[in-house]
Ligand binder design. Structure first.
Ligand code: ADP
Length: 347
């Protein structure tokens, strides 16, 4: 981490030096041009002044040669002094640009590199969290297999139990890798967008999750809006996945025999889909974090639901934002949660 910080610091320095080089090059070219123009003007005005004295001869006024020479020397000195003053002032200005510009360039370079640094940090955090999550089921499987191998008197029932437990861990790994792959796919590929009816997308999400609700004897209520149909520009499969993620959570964090509702309405130019459950709710202290990757509320870690990696909501948010929308939540502990997806309507 320290090495990385230093790498970003020296990259900022290099970038700042490049910015400064460009600024100084422009400033020097500008200064030289300005000096040449001004000294040319001074030269012209000097020549004109001296010529005026010489031209006086035309009108019969012959200036004293000694006085004329002294006059010319005086004007010449004035001209040279003006040139020196211009050089001094330009040097002073360039020095100022070097000092203040240097500082400013460093600030700008840090600002330019900050988003890259943040993206790098988040990728590093993500990789380390993902490796940790992948290692946990692997360690469990390894330990169980090692213990079983040391047991010479293992019965067939014991072996079956071991396989069942291993299968559970394999399921966890499959689930995790699917989520990671979906995240990677969303990051890498452009979604094939088209105009789709929100109703049909919701129907397909309901179909996908119905089994889960049946298993927990939960009722999923979705009454399609017959008065208004909402069309959005979307990738049908990804959008359905978003609602599957929310419905999965609604089922997962609600007790048996509860009701989960889907409601749709419209606000301005946006369609809103509310997924309302009567489940455990989310503590106010967890609410700001639940959309962070790998974040799981403590209550969910200790709860009976094994298949959670804290990737569902970040995925849902990502899909929504790829559609120009968002996911928001309101929740009350022990009362339930409402997840609201906002999507711009197709015009
Ligand atoms: P997980 O795989 O843990 O469900 P998510 O990203 O889907 O990961 O959710 C993050 C956390 O948000 C969960 O661990 C849970 O604490 C909380 N959460 C999400 N949806 C709900 C819900 N409908 N009711 C209560 N808590 C929820």
């Amino acid at each position: 981490m320290i090495i990385k910080k230093q790498a970003f610091k020296s990259a900022s320095m290099r970038l700042a030096a490049t910015y400064l080089l460009v600024v100084m090059a422009v400033s020097l070219v500008f200064s030289v041009t300005l000096y040449r123009v001004l000294s040319h003007d001074l030269e012209q005005s000097f020549k004109r002044t001296v010529n005026v004295v010489d031209d006086m001869g035309i009108f019969g006024v012959r200036p004293d040669q000694r006085k004329r020479l002294a006059f010319e020397i005086e004007r010449r000195e004035e001209r040279d002094a003006s040139k020196r003053r211009i050089i001094d002032e330009l040097l002073f200005i360039n020095l100022g640009i070097l000092v203040f510009g240097g500082g400013l360039c460093y600030v700008l370079a840090r600002r330019t590199l900050r988003p890259i640094e943040e993206a790098h940090d988040s990728l590093q955090r993500f990789t380390s969290d993902a490796s940790h999550e992948l290692r946990t089921p692997l360690t469990t499987m390894r330990t169980e297999i090692e213990v079983a191998l040391m047991n010479n008197k293992m019965t067939l029932q014991g072996a079956r139990q071991l396989l069942a437990s291993n299968l559970e861990e394999v399921d966890r790994l499959t689930h995790l890798s699917e989520r990671l792959l979906l995240l990677a796919r969303l990051d890498e590929t452009e979604l094939p967008m088209q105009q789709v009816g929100l109703d049909s997308v919701l129907q397909s999400a309901v179909q996908t999750t119905q089994g889960r609700f049946d298993d927990k004897k939960q009722t999923l209520q979705y009454v399609p809006n017959i008065k208004q149909s909402f069309d959005v520009i979307a990738d049908r499969a990804s959008l359905a996945e978003l609602f599957v993620l929310l419905l999965d959570n609604a089922s997962k964090y609600s007790d048996k025999n509860t009701v989960i509702k889907i409601k749709t309405d419209k606000k301005g130019d946006a369609a809103m889909v509310h997924v309302i459950d009567q489940g455990s709710g989310i503590a106010a202290s967890d609410l700001p974090h639940i959309f962070d990757r790998f974040y799981r509320a403590d209550s969910s870690r200790t709860g009976g639901e094994p298949h959670g990696y804290g990737l569902g909501l970040p995925l849902a948010k990502k899909i929504a934002s790829l559609h120009g929308g968002d996911v928001a939540v309101t929740s009350k502990r022990a009362k339930g949660s409402t997840f609201t997806v906002t999507l711009p309507l197709a015009s």
